[in-house]
Design a protein around this ligand. Sequence first.
Ligand code: BG6
Length: 489
Amino acid sequence: MASQPGTEPSILIIFGGTGDLSRRKLLPALGRMAVEGDLSENCHIVGVATNREHRDETFRELGGQAMADAGVVGEAVAELVQNRLHYQSIAGGTAQDFQALADRLDEISRQHGIPPRRTFFLALPTSVLGSTIRGLGAVGLNRVADGGWTRVVIEKPFGYDLPSAIELVETVRESFHEKQIYRIDHYLGKEMVQNLFAFRFGNAIFESVWNRDRIAAVEIMVAEDLGVGSRAGYYDKSGALRDMVQNHLTQLLTLVAMEVPPVIAADSVRYEKTKVLQSIAPIAPSDVVLGQYTPGEIQGESVSGYLQEEGVAEGSQTETFVALKVEIMNWRWQGVPFYLRTGKRLGRRSTRIGVHFKQSPVCMFESQGVCDINSNVMLLKLQPDEGFSMFIDVKKPGSSTGLQRIPLSYNYGDLFDSLPDAYQTLLLDVLEGDQTLFVHSDEVLESWKLFDPLLRFPREIRPYAAGSWGPAEAESLGITERELMRSES
Ligand code: BG6
């Protein structure tokens, strides 16, 4: 082929190829990559699923539809769908099925002159992950052939608790080396999360204040207005601690708190993130508030409570809200509380990191009665309305010497075109072999060491009305929504 833009020619094999993640995220992301010239014109995609009746044509139809539903259309998309989507059934999950897959991949490689470069994307439920990995290993699909590479992509959850995470790490390691493994936490693919690197390490002014001398508290919030939706089957056995805190919020925490790495590259970034996790003190039960939403109103609409959602077990004690305090026991952060907070059916969707600076050592404006508000706040808004605000005090115009809080802000949307989807970024990184935005097994295990004990404490689940900002008890754990709103207004 004369021109081969984007990634190297390779084969991407999607287990769970006809499933929800593949249709909603992966196939549209691949379509967008094709449109933008990021995908090699000799990259082939094999959808693997259990249905024996499906053919290449079935997968092409499904793929084309998935891309069209996501608004991804055009010549490059049509070419990808018609010529480069293939289907292979692995119905019984037997050794013969895996061998048939291996043969099919060899055939596609031969036909299209693709070197032995393969990525196995396991978009599968945790229950079949281990057997699939062993199946790949049994027929040698884990091996790296001369001049090629073999990568495996795994989606969260990486375990259910510490023992199951250890087991999963070991199972994967029996067949693949850490350098081959790409653990996806889709938060790391979000543009504004990556922007944290640019923000912290591209602007020298911040590094000198990014520590316990200048910062009073850090607050990381992922608020969702949506409820559990149609996912109660999964969520009711998981809860917010496993679903959000152990992974997404913890990843955000490590990026805010990590030391400056020598370079922005996988080994150094992941090493620094792991060090943060190793420095966190055991979390005290008194520093954790769990909640569950009850019926309420969100943006003028009545919504049901968690216990009334379809598929939720009667009297379920699953938490849909978590607020907790974390202390990082190292030189940079000793004494600075990090407040993590997440919940479903909260007032509105808002993911942000708030950095609260210390107050001035001396109050110069006491006569104006404004001493209580003059600590600066920096807000990194990750979604929606991606952007940044730094709240500072300025003198009110006129003869009065009163102060007024104003934001210095920018909104991503005002400056740049639309942001790429997290999966597009992450798929491109996998195909280019860059592990920086993927989770190392050490991070998974360190994170579980922290949160596993919380799963075993006696649990007190506090009710909160849908549309509120969580149980009242959580207000003492950090900066309340009211105070933050004051900063934002
Ligand atoms: C997923 C969780 O990992 O992240 C969901 O399983 C949650 O429960 C979702 O809703 C939030 O992701 P985002 O990108 O919408 O903030």
